[in-house]
Design a protein around this ligand. Structure first.
Ligand code: ZN
Length: 278
């Protein structure tokens, strides 16, 4: 089945054994995905991979809120066993990387204060970390604006703050709220901007908190994603997640919206093609 997985990290080292096979399967059914960058280092490897398989892959460059504090929070083995991220991340490098023609978006970037729970920080540390995340986010909004590229947003809980920052930066481009988990009023607030979109992941196959939101959203605003190698959908929860499992997300949306899976796969494919301008 032909799909567009709008958020995936195929460049991560978790895919070292599987990558070639995944890509050749995708080539056979004309599916597409994007290697989303979450650090300078894996933005670079994402670009290299997309250059090699440009029929299937595009890339984004960005620094995730997780990597924006100036130090490593914890080692993520799925992201990398060998490649080391350098801290603090050199945001200026993003400007250079973003010039590559395979780069079709800036991000993932945004706000996620939930990571602070893992760290033992004083009140001052927390103020400082929040500031760092916001600065890093603002830098990437400015870059997206300058290069006329869409934004891939990673926002946890702080939807209101994110919208305020986007407004303060006079961002007038497109953005996708990846892995959307907000409530209905947050969804309605975002929906006021016709250039903003919503990404749903495999979580919706086993958690029904997004059902009402999905029911209310027009199909023209929805994209489907895996966030692979993370958060596998049911029935693949024990396996490493991969782009083709995005069909399970489409299946769930089809069920919620009383549509056929093919209609959902086609609509989300077209939405992603338009969003990334490819
Ligand atoms: Zn991601």
């Amino acid at each position: 089945m032909k799909f567009f997985d709008s958020h995936c990290h195929l460049q991560f080292e978790a895919f070292d054994e599987l990558r070639e096979q995944i890509i050749s399967e995708m080539q056979k059914n004309n599916s597409r995905t994007i290697n989303v960058g979450s650090s300078i280092e894996n933005s670079e490897t994402g670009i290299k991979l997309a250059e090699k398989y440009s029929d299937v892959l595009i890339s984004s460059v960005g620094v995730h809120p997780f990597h924006s504090l100036g130090f490593e929070i914890y080692e993520d083995k799925d992201e990398s066993h060998n490649l080391k991220n350098i801290y603090p991340q050199n945001l200026n490098k993003l400007k250079e990387l973003a010039k590559n023609p395979v780069v079709k978006a800036i991000g993932e970037c945004g706000i996620d204060f939930s990571y602070f729970n893992h760290l033992k920080g004083s009140e001052n540390d927390i103020i400082n970390w929040k500031q760092k995340q916001i600065e890093c986010f603002r830098f990437q909004i400015k870059l997206a604006k300058k290069l006329n590229l869409p934004l891939i947003l990673h926002i946890r809980n702080e939807y209101k703050l994110a919208l305020t920052i986007l407004e303060e930066e006079n961002f007038d481009g497109q953005a996708i709220f990846h892995f959307f988990k907000g409530n209905i009023s947050e969804m309605e607030e975002i929906l006021k901007n016709e250039k903003y979109f919503f990404g749903f992941s495999g979580v919706i196959t086993y958690d029904d908190t997004m059902t009402e939101v999905i029911k209310m959203l027009p199909m023209s605003k929805i994209m489907i994603e895996t966030d692979a190698p993370y958060v596998s959908p049911i029935p693949f929860k024990r396996e490493i997640n991969q782009p083709k499992y995005v069909v399970k997300v489409a299946e769930k949306i089809a069920e919620i919206k009383n549509n056929s899976i093919n209609e959902i796969l086609n609509a989300t494919f077209e939405n992603a093609i338009r969003f990334f301008g490819i």
